[in-house]
Design a protein around this ligand. Sequence first.
Ligand code: ZN
Length: 305
Amino acid sequence: MKNISKIVVLWAMVLLVTLGGCSQPSPIKALIVSGQNNHNWQVSHQAIQQILDNSGLFVTDIALTPAAGGDMNSFHPRFADYDVVVLDYNGDRWTEQTDQAFVDYVQNGGGLIIYHAADNAFAGWEEFNRIIALGGWEGRNEQSGPYCYLENGELVLDHRPGNGGSHGQQREYTMHGRNIEHPITQGLPTNWMHAQDEMYDSMRGPANIKHLLYSGLADTATGGSGREEPLVFTVDYGKARISHIMLGHAGATLEENPAMQCTGFQTLLLRSAEWAATGKVTQPVPHDFPTEETLSLRKDYGKSK
Ligand code: ZN
């Protein structure tokens, strides 16, 4: 090939790469951590992966711990290689090295999602409790921090003794928007119907909530606390971007999984993951978002959208 032809070919290749780069932004790298849980993690981590991957915005890897009682030395994910980490884990403590790698990732401004029972994990790990702001069960009580709920629309911290973490019977319930100016919630309706799920209540911890996004009323008629409970919020933790989503109790199978099939849950997960990774949300409000009266399910986890 003559030199001039080579230059033309090279120039064309550079142009293609540049144009390709403009039209298709590289996907966000997400890591789902799972492998032990008092929940059906086999279903939940797959549902989360499908929701993220089907959006076209993310490429997802999965890091599974050994089963309970297994050798944690084999579990050392490279958190720092990812833009966002989704915690779907409630089980044995990791190794000191893995704990440190996780804290370093978060403290270096990492993106993190605390999903449902991940806030049950590691009750005795002080730094983890600051990263999640509120947690429940696993022996949590007033020593873990105040019970945080809403009164007249304001968060209050109740230092009286009591256990941390409870929920009534699963039911459909209304989500109450507390901040729909945040990138995660911008444009979403203030009130909308969530599909059948648990509603966590009586959660305790350092309560370093940055922005409360949604709350819900834990109805006493179905065994709840009778209080308005924080359910979706961001955490004030240095330069980290952390979204804590208490929704999404995993069902028996991917097909029977209403809480995670809810379009509202999926939208909060996707918007939280993009915000945690980049600080921005580019996703429009979906046309099939639930309303105050009407549930909306994406049983295929967003595949058809
Ligand atoms: Zn649950």
